[in-house]
Ligand binder design. Structure first.
Ligand code: ADP
Ligand code: MG
Length: 242
């Protein structure tokens, strides 16, 4: 069984169909890069995986649990699928360490000192052990995003979802975030990444999906489909991002 299984999954907002009978299976350890024009449904697809959106048709199974399950199952799905957003979304009044310790405290019910020990290890992993006591406002965008990645990892998810994690960063800060993501991928984390970073897609992605109007239009090896886009819309799209 795959870790994520879309079965004719649809999502509509009123009359607007945003995901249109999507069939997609993602195996453990895959790094799926998701691209497509603005409004094609990429963020919605990610948000359905961790049950931030309610699907309106078909089914979606995450680590054996349906997103149509009860509240307890939805909480479990949200723990299994960590999410990193374009706008870091850190708690502004909490230090980096306390931001990362929050999940283990609240979700895994560790003591404050156990949670902070987990958080310290994760800050070290993302290269920020010396920033533990800094507030988000005292960190660069790239550092804040690395704290956000550590925070998502702190509840030990099986899948990491990234929604344009470097789009809000200056070019010189993107690299430090992408290299943390690459390291995670190399450790075998299952990842679904919405990004316009095609060099990252080629180097780290195991699979590239091009979405259009809520459907998967292209699904293939990143190097193959980026170098030889199988349709004109994807060719146009790559023209705009590269
Ligand atoms: P992408 O991430 O590919 O740019 P989204 O998944 O954010 O696309 O959005 C797909 C479509 O769904 C867009 O037309 C967007 O306006 C619409 N949409 C997204 N969220 C909502 C919402 N909460 N209510 C109504 N429409 C929404
Ligand atoms: Mg989006």
């Amino acid at each position: 069984m795959s870790i994520i299984e879309f079965h004719k999954t649809s999502k509509a907002f009123g009359p607007l169909t945003v995901l249109d009978e999507v069939d997609l299976s993602i195996d453990a350890g895959e790094v799926v890069v998701l691209v497509g024009p603005s409004g094609s449904g990429k963020s919605t697809l990610l948000r359905c995986i961790n049950a931030l959106e309610t699907i309106t048709g078909g089914d979606l199974i995450v680590d054996g649990l349906s997103v149509k399950g009860n509240a307890r199952q939805l909480r479990e799905i949200r723990q299994e699928a960590g999410m990193v957003f374009q706008q870091f979304n850190l708690f502004p009044q909490l230090t980096a360490l306390k931001n990362v310790a929050f999940g283990p405290r609240q979700v895994r019910h560790l003591s404050q000192s156990e949670a902070e020990s987990v958080a310290r290890d994760l800050l070290k992993k993302v290269g920020l052990e010396d920033k533990a006591d800094h507030l988000p406002s005292e960190l660069s965008g790239g550092q804040q995003q690395r704290v956000a990645i550590a925070r998502a990892l702190a509840v030990k998810p099986k899948v990491m979802l990234f929604d344009e994690p470097t789009s809000a960063l200056d070019p010189e800060l993107k690299h430090e975030v992408l290299s943390v993501m690459q390291q995670l991928a190399e450790e075998g984390m299952t990842m679904v990444v919405v990004t316009h970073e095609m060099a990252f897609a080629k180097k780290v992605g195991s699979r590239l999906i091009f979405m259009e109007h809520g459907k998967i239009a292209v699904d293939g090896n990143p190097r193959d489909v980026i170098d030889n886009p199988p349709n004109d819309r994807m060719k146009d799209f790559l023209h705009h991002v590269e």
